[in-house]
Design a protein around this ligand. Sequence first.
Ligand code: FES
Ligand code: FE
Length: 404
Amino acid sequence: MLFPVPSAEVFTQTLRDRRPAHSLPREFYTDNELYALDLQRVWYEQWIFVAHVAELPYPGHYLTVDIGDVKLLIIRGSDGVIRALHNVCRHRGAVLCDGERGMVRSRIVCPYHQWSYELDGKLAKARGVEDDFDRSVYGLGHAECQVAGGMIFVSLSETSTDFGPAATMFSDYLKPYGPENMKVAFQTTTVERGNWKLVMENNRECFHCKGAHPELCATFPEAPLHSGGGTGDDLIELKRIVDDCEALGLPSAFAASPDFQFRAMRMPFLGNAQSMTVDGSPGVAKRFGDLPTRNIGDVLLYHYPSTWNHYMADHAVTFRIIPTSATTTQLVTTWLVPGDAVEGIDYDVEALTSVWRATNEQDTVLVERVQRGVSSPAYRPGPYSPIEEEGVIQFIDWYAANMR
Ligand code: FES
Ligand code: FE
């Protein structure tokens, strides 16, 4: 193990003894040692979504991502390849690049003593060394990095699980949307005062949607279709859009890994809505890729533990979470539009983003409300609804299996 943590056995036993289909015991949402264990067994082990290729359009573009104590530099090299380098100088360990994102011209230069690195991490120049100094062994460390459907995933694990099945699913579903030709229209970064599992649990159900999300519910069905539920007309409408879109060559059938770590599906919108905007009308005048029609609903993709996404004909809204402590989680929300769409002509940022900006704020209030409640010694795990919260049950089962 890269990062040993005490008390693991205690928590593992607690998970073994937990009541199935119930929320977790208090310490799983509040405890610092448990948080360290979450990092060790989930965040340092699993494939983590970090960014879109659209965020790094040119060589030298980079963004920084901290996962627990690990500091990464996601950078596009001179060869066009996107890599995940450790953002730590090989001289005396200074952090190399600051800020959330930026651009380096030809070399990454350490601000401390100016060792410099090629964009692929090789050490280019080192000051103050002997003539026979072997630069080849002082390149920047790498994490594994893969792109699927325009989404960049990294793995810090020394024994990474096979990302192939997830990559295939994401690539197949998103290929018709032309992910290599998208651009970022807007992005927000917030920190929710809630454990990362509460953020993911909240996202895995729409049981709360009717009471909390009036803007979202104008276009998005609250029925639990996304976790295999739903009845009556909702199921008929779901089958209709899946059949119609499959006939157009657009992957649409419900597909998930056996442990539900990742899943893809296509959801219909309500009524005649074509996009997740206030009135359901397109938020962008152009369409992604060569999509033949706007009436293709919403492709939903998630991958535990870090992302869930909505891809529509005209724009996409994607979400990335990374825990920043036992009780705080960073949420990055990104709105993607066709690469040739022009702001002010083809779309208006305010209109494009208003539904999900409102929904995010509402969800933050809910997550923080639960965090305050589960922090009370009076909190006891409660039962998830087997009808409305199957997606949460799937997530917590996956989490428990990985923690054991
Ligand atoms: Fe980077 Fe010294 S720590 S050059
Ligand atoms: Fe919500």
